[in-house]
Design a protein around this ligand. Sequence first.
Ligand SMILES: *Cc1c(COP(=O)(O)O)cnc(C)c1O
Ligand SMILES: [Zn+2]
Length: 504
Amino acid sequence: MRASDFSDEIRPHLFPQPSGDLIYRCLQCEEVFSIESLLYTCLKCKSVLLIEDRERERLKQYSGSFWRRLFDHRRMLNHPALKGIFLFHELIAPVIPLEDIIYLGEGHTPVVQANDVLQEWVGLDFYFKNDGQNPSASFKDRGMACALSYLNYLVRSQGLTEVLSICASTGDTSAAAALYSAYMSKTVKSAVLLPHKKVTPQQMSQPLGSGARVFEIPGVFDDCMKVVEHLAENYNVALLNSKNAWRIQGQESYSFEVAQSFDYELEKKVVVVPIGNAGNITAIMGGFLKLLDLGVIETLPKIVGVQSEHADPVYRYYRESAPSKRVFRPVTVRPSVAQAAMIGNPVSMPRVVRLVEAYEQAASSPGVFVVQVSEQEIMDCQLIANRNGHIACTQGGECLAGLLRAREEGVVSAEEVAVLNATAHALKFAGFQESYFADDLDAAYEIVPKPELRNFPALVEAPGVTRLPAPGKPLPPDEFNTFVEETAREIARELGLKEKAAQI
Ligand SMILES: *Cc1c(COP(=O)(O)O)cnc(C)c1O
Ligand SMILES: [Zn+2]
């Protein structure tokens, strides 16, 4: 829709001007730092930072219903900068001018209701939000769109040249980082560090295809993370891990979109999310808190975080119900099919602790739960979801398994409605499905394939066919007819098809 066709109330606000006073705040010692330079940890105490808008009260001169109308109207606009996560510009990174925003098609991912089969099985209504339909096929694009837009702004306003972006990854962060960096190929080169043999071939192909330098590091993700942190502390690089607080800002868009897709009515809604490095759950809680503070929503949804028993430090931390007795202990991870969440020492843990506190204070009843599921449940749930029309990755399967667990434990009731984060596209993790079907998953996964969930292709070799067509070698007409008829007969036999009655 053309800007001139919007109402007088909305038109002046359609295209936001840079605003706000953003700073980095240390979660440990509360020290604040300027955003003029890229900073990843507190210069005083080394703890993680979050971005805060010191002028956020200015947004309250408008009512919650004004913001709802503005955000809904913006969906009709055709301005590229506002097509993705920056539709919520005022809430994400209002200091970035629209001209610097990088939009590669991220955000506004589909929210797909589960069919009756699945809903009856789980015992409540639920949806998958398909974040695998982002440009690099995972939710990581949300944070990367923000981090790289900010970098783009710095490049232009400070005249930076030859920036090197770098990250460690369980696969999807590097795919997103390499993609967005490639878009800025004039000024940004990217390098990614991946744990050797711990990312899928599809995930490996992504940064390679985007032209990034790819380094494989022996060990698991947690080891990679230490190396990249050392690089960021000692060399001049732009770190794109979720230590980079701009990524958290961008990932908050998930919450804004969930709210928007339910017309901002979040009573009895439950948001289910897998936890790895814990950036996503941090952003999701932060996003809903912002909406509540502005009156855009009136109720906070319940949050259910899910972890595999093979990588469950956050679950273990919250298993202790008395807050004063909780102690965080990193765990040594074991192989997990939810490989993108296979993290024993989540970087964002201090953020989670802080935000869970804030969330619990603002929610009228307990608002955040962490449940634990088995590898078997994750894999079975992924396959079952996808056999019912979804495109969930293993972490999406983990969400479904987590919803079942939450239901079992009475954390979620039949009257509630859940939104499950299908964090990546199923195709990125096709190898786990393949190994499940072939029953050759390493014993360490502790998964026994269920016969009814396995599936194989069948090569059709009809008995009466002697010669086969091949590329560039078509069969003569009568032999080709025999091939078609006999092959079709064989398939009909396999499928138990009945022949049509003769037409009169
Ligand atoms: C990164 C990732 C996760 C884990 O998210 P965190 O923010 O690290 O907790 C889950 N699923 C997928 C597909 C991911 O790429
Ligand atoms: Zn500090």
